[in-house]
Design a protein around this ligand. Sequence first.
Ligand SMILES: [Zn+2]
Length: 239
Amino acid sequence: MTQLHYREEDGKPLSQVIRDRLKQNNKRFWAGDNISEYVSDVEKDTLINEATTAFEQVLDTLLIDRETDPNSKGTARRLAKMYYNEIMAGRYDPAPGTTAFPNDSADRYEGMLVVRSELRSMCSHHHQPVAGVAYIGIIASSKLIGLSKYTRIAQWCARRGTLQEELCNDIAREIQKATGAENLGVYIQATHGCCENRGIMAHSSLTQTTVLKGSFKDDAGTKKEFFDNIKMQQEFAPR
Ligand SMILES: [Zn+2]
């Protein structure tokens, strides 16, 4: 991996220096990929400045008067900060730290654990908001992580440009990594701005995706228990 310090004398925009760095390392940088190992915090500030200039150009091209319209004056910078620090933060931030607690004593927890996580994401195709909930179910292995960590991991995966199908896979993979659980399921129910605000203008459309691993996939009883748990959660807190 190459060094992470941008030198002015390179004479290239920092975003190009980092793209070259990613390509040299054969690191994919699609909208849903995490590239935190290749972008330092200091560089992120420079990238926000660079993106501000680029968004100014977009607003100018859209013929929006940035000089006299008070609402559009700081918009380019707001957009740049929002992309890096909020709606795409999961691309630039490293994975949330998770402390694992042992679950290997005689009275270890052997049941199913189902966590409901609020999600906010953005579709890669139109950069429109995706809003919904993920239900993450696992049968614990010999370790456990704190309950809030399931949601932190899910939100870290979601804060990128995603497709719901891929997001479901990403969350399952990262939860598997953090918990060591072989048996797990992820179910996401979400609304998509790209179907609501444009295109088919479907205000009540809802998309559901499911990823099942191990016994959640192969054992009908486990699978039923997972979906029964989701139903109970929905009765308790309907979306
Ligand atoms: Zn879309």
